[in-house]
Write a protein that binds this ligand. Structure first.
Ligand code: KG4
Ligand code: ZN
Length: 352
């Protein structure tokens, strides 16, 4: 089975072909990604109108390239999967419409994918991860701890009450005069910085419900940087290192409590999975590895290219759903909001 996946929910256009391996897991036959970062950099963040237009300009070419690199003809595809949300609605409509059009023209099944579900299922493509597992989803738009019990079966244990972790990285980078997206640059500057120079707060530390809050930490970094301005290169390195250290501690603490909640509500947990753009951060990855090693848990962090937004994860989620007979029709509409766990969403007003 070979499925075409299309991703256009944020600032990355993705098209990919993934094949289901007979022994389980997925083989990525192609994974074409076109980033719009340069077009948004001048504004210090993603501009929805620019994003939608940029997706329109490249999506068909990218799909053609994904099919060609997979060594196929488009008619050889078994199904088409497209991200239908959550995300910036203009962009979502572009990929969703392209996917529907191809499916319709080829008379192939069409599968509408929840972008968050695609992040959540990626470790099953890369590592054949068995259900259930604890997912730490940390990206520019989302920060959640989720019990993944099965395809379409998610229990949200915690989420951010304000900014997403990636968003905090990006905002602090902007504050320090580093270009968008700030995550990778903060990580780089932190390597040469002193993580102990500034004692930034670790928000939510010790709270039993594994929620996140980043705004207090963000304010603390701003106040400190204003106090010592003008900033030298060393100051910036130290601010980055101290901020990143606070994030690392917060993530590990929240994970510890999420694990408890998982064991109470779901049962034994053997595997922790990290996904989303921030999971590409090596300092966070090392801390996760240490924590999981000590707790006797298996840790899966997909390679960075599969942590950030991509078409392969959409194709894989398509394979998973298709195998269960979960296909969609042409009436499926784009969804700007689409929680993984609808029950949690109703009880929770923060952004997730
Ligand atoms: O998953 P993703 O590509 O897009 C969203 O769905 O948001 O994640 C992008 C986010 C950005 O906020 C970016 O700054 C952050 O992930 N990010 C990182 C790193 N690489 C990307 N944050 C910290 N360290 C990194 N190495
Ligand atoms: Zn994402």
């Amino acid at each position: 089975m070979r499925v075409l996946g299309i991703e256009t929910t944020c600032d990355e256009t993705g098209a990919a072909v993934v094949r289901l391996k007979p022994e389980g897991g997925g083989e990525i036959l192609s994974n074409e990604i076109m980033s719009q970062i340069k077009q948004h950099a001048a504004y210090g963040g993603v501009v929805p109108e620019i994003a939608a237009r940029a997706h329109v300009e490249v999506v068909d070419r990218l799909i053609e390239r994904a099919i060609a690199k997979a060594g196929m003809k488009i008619r050889d595809i078994d199904a088409v999967a497209a991200a239908a949300g959550p995300g910036l609605i203009g962009g979502v409509i572009v990929g969703l419409t392209a996917g529907k059009a191809i499916a319709l023209a080829l008379r192939k099944p069409f599968i509408a994918i929840n972008h968050l579900e695609a992040h959540a299922l990626t470790p099953r493509m890369t590592d054949n991860a068995a259900f259930p597992y604890l997912l730490l989803l940390v990206s520019g738009g989302h920060t959640q701890l989720v019990a993944v019990k099965g395809v379409g079966d998610y229990v949200r244990l915690g989420a951010t009450l304000d900014d997403a972790v990636g968003e905090a990285f990006d905002k602090i980078a902007k504050m320090l005069g580093l270009p968008y997206p700030g995550g990778p640059l903060i990580e780089q500057r932190a390597i040469d910085g002193n993580p102990e120079r500034f004692a930034f707060p670790r928000p939510m530390l010790g709270r039993p419900k594994p929620d996140f809050s980043l705004s207090g930490l963000k304010t603390a970094v701003r106040l400190e940087s204003e106090k010592i301005a003008p900033l030298t290169a060393t100051d910036i390195n130290d601010l980055c290192a101290s901020f990143q250290a606070a994030v690392v501690d917060t993530i590990i603490d929240r994970l510890r409590f999420a694990l408890r909640l998982f064991q109470e509500r779901i049962g034994p947990c053997e595997t922790v999975v990290a996904a989303g753009g921030v999971a590409a951060n090596q300092a966070i990855g090392r801390a996760l590895a240490r924590f999981c090693g000590e707790a006797g848990l298996k840790l899966i962090v997909p390679p960075p290219i599969l942590c950030t937004d991509n078409g392969a994860m959409i194709a894989w989620a398509g394979i998973e759903r298709f195998q269960l007979g979960l296909v969609d029709d042409m009436t499926f509409a784009a969804r700007p909001r689409w929680p993984l766990d609808a029950n949690a969403e109703a009880a929770h007003h923060g952004k997730a």
